[in-house]
Design a protein around this ligand. Structure first.
Ligand code: HEM
Length: 571
């Protein structure tokens, strides 16, 4: 029988055409028939026992072939350089989960000579690619973006809440959605949103100032006043509420008013689904591993609980959508938010509009909130930089009033843009994303077989000395400023640049690149400028505990593991 094995095993590999169960049954049938016909004296008396032995043997062979033979000796990717070692069955599968994210990838990139692609073994030793240089990245993200898609299981997970929105859709559906959405995120549209963002940033300042005043009064009442007019706040929570309010108004035309502690129904239902909960995490992970349809078949009470929660959220969104449509029909010229723009195209059904609405909510607030939190973290620990940036902003906004149009003023400030870009580089809140080749394709000259998983470690690319030079691990806002440096290295009179001193835009991937890049990048940058400017104009701040180690943590987006506690003082 052994001559049959290569024939069938060529289809057993992960990019095979015949489904594995079909191939296994076929092989078992042929072997059982062969044993009974040609070797009756050796075959067990009962046919069922023969089939059982043959099937067990084939399954074992299938495992050995897929886990040890194919990944190491047969895959066309076997000659690529990669790390040695790894666990027997897990390979290096746990590396992407390490914190800070991408430390091992960064080490491999530095230590293993490569031409832009490394290979490592993931779960069951599955050969997985790691893209390590901007040229290979451009090829994959810009030249052939639709050959490399998010995996079906990760899309299943996202689909639970955001349906077939822009983040999940692929191929022609993605092209259609993106084409319709892009005009709403244009240069002009974002410029017009600055004043609204500024109002929300002022609400943030007012809310923190109120808390500061209350804390000081309470301390005085309790005779615990330290005399320094400071209080400690947890920054990430405040940042989260601010960006939720901003995306609410600008994205959905909806006042969440979370900074003013309103109990908004949509926000409440949305957050209750994502609430960290010991029972839900394994559920989400199982979907990631097996896919939603497989998990739906398991007898789990959580399947129904989650379905009900999502239906309830979508019910509230549907009602909200009907109200918005009625308002827009009455006075179309009065509504400028992204959702209104989409409604006015008449190209989307109610379900599709709800998918996009929930996509903005999911993709558009925690990412910016976490980035702003990292900005505050960096500035809290560098008082000199904090003072320099504050002076720059005070110069451009004396008494809090901009010297001209707010967008133009903030976009031209070298240190403001330098600090934000450098934070996006050193703390990319989406540190890792994955793709799978959905057809035979290539990256550069490398043939990439269908089914190959690919890791894009944004964190490692951003900290690679091969790409960013020797000071890659240092926070240097000046790399984002063109112009002569003074003796102390500062570039106070320079101009912002968007390349950070590297020759390729694919070196900076905080928002990814190409047709699948973040559609909200310009929107997020505007929010970050406004929030940072207002925060610096109104508060001096430092870490609540200088000794505390701040660890980046999170599954999809990263933020400080235990929150960011800072001591603030009103200016
Ligand atoms: C600092 C803030 C932000 C960061 C770092 C960020 C980062 C990213 C990244 C890395 C991706 C690609 C994900 C992948 O394909 O694996 C992405 C996609 C996306 N982002 Fe953002 N994002 C931010 C803010 C926003 C905002 C404010 C919005 C909405 C207004 C938004 C909406 C989206 C959408 C809809 C996509 C999917 C785009 C597509 O596939 O065509 N993001 N973002």
């Amino acid at each position: 029988m052994s001559f049959l094995l290569p024939l069938l095993f060529s289809n057993f590999n992960m990019a095979g055409k015949i489904p594995t169960p079909v191939a296994l049954v076929l092989l078992t049938a042929i072997e059982s028939f062969g044993a009974i016909t040609f070797l009756p004296e050796y075959a067990p008396a009962k046919l069922s026992v023969t089939i059982f032995y043959a099937l067990s043997f084939n399954i074992l062979l299938w495992i050995v072939y897929n886990v040890w033979i194919w990944p190491f000796f047969i895959t066309p990717l076997r000659h690529l350089p990669g790390p040695k070692g790894g666990y027997p069955i897990l390979g290096h599968a746990l590396v992407p989960l390490k914190r800070p994210p991408g430390v091992d990838f960064l080490r491999w990139m530095a230590e293993i000579p490569n031409d832009g692609i490394l290979k490592f073994h993931a779960f069951f030793n599955e050969p997985t690619l790691l893209v390590t240089n901007p040229t290979a990245m451009a090829d994959m993200l810009q030249a052939r973006p639709y050959d490399f898609q998010k995996s079906e299981n990760s899309r299943d997970l996202l689909r639970i809440i955001i349906g077939e929105g822009l983040l999940v859709s692929e191929g022609d559906m993605h092209k259609f959605q993106r084409k319709n959405l892009l005009p709403m995120f244009g240069f002009r549209q974002i410029k017009d949103l600055y004043p609204m963002m500024n109002i929300k940033a002022e609400t943030l300042i007012e809310s923190i100032s109120n808390k500061l005043r209350e804390d000081l009064e309470k301390a005085k009442d309790e005779e615990q006043y330290a005399g320094d007019d400071t209080t400690v706040i947890e920054m990430n929570g405040w940042a989260d509420r601010s960006t939720l309010d901003m995306i609410g108004v600008a994205g959905l035309g909806h006042q969440f008013n979370s900074l003013r502690n309103s109990d908004d129904v949509i926000a409440k239902k949305y957050f209750s689904i994502l609430e960290p909960n010991p029972a839900r995490l394994p559920w989400f992970i199982t979907i990631l591993l097996l896919g939603k349809s497989a998990v739906d078949k398991l007898p789990l009470g959580l399947n129904k609980t989650m379905d009900d929660a999502v239906s309830s959220l979508r019910g509230s969104c549907w009602q909200f959508l009907q109200d918005r449509k009625a308002q827009i029909a009455k006075a179309p010229e009065e509504h400028f938010d992204v959702l209104a723009g989409l409604i006015k195209t008449n190209n989307f059904s109610d379900d599709e509009l709800m998918d996009q609405l929930l996509t903005f909510l999911a993709a558009g607030h925690e990412t910016t909130a976490n980035t702003f939190t990292w900005v505050v973290h960096v500035l809290a620990r560098d008082p000199v930089l904090q003072t320099r940036l504050r002076k720059e902003i005070q110069g451009a906004m004396p008494g809090g009033v901009p010297n001209g149009d707010l967008a133009t003023v903030l976009e031209s400030l070298p240190y403001l843009n330098g600090v934000i870009n450098e934070t996006l580089r050193m703390f990319p809140v989406v540190p890792l994303t994955r793709r799978t080749a959905i057809r035979d394709s290539r990256i550069g000259d490398l043939h990439v077989p269908k089914g190959t998983p690919i890791e894009i470690s944004i964190w490692s690319i951003h900290r690679s000395p091969q790409i960013w030079g020797e000071g890659a691990d240092k926070f240097v806002p000046e790399r984002w400023i063109d112009g002569e440096a003074a003796e102390d290295g500062t570039k106070l009179n320079g101009h912002p640049n968007n390349h950070g001193g590297t020759p390729s835009v694919y070196s900076m991937l905080s928002f990814l690149a190409g047709p699948r890049s973040c559609i909200g990048a310009r929107f997020a940058r505007a929010e970050l400028r406004v929030l940072t400017a207002q925060f610096l104009l109104n508060f001096e701040f430092e870490p609540a505990d200088w000794e505390e180690e701040i660890i980046p943590f999170g599954i999809v987006t990263i933020k400080p593991q235990n929150g960011l506690h800072i001591k603030v003082k009103k200016i």
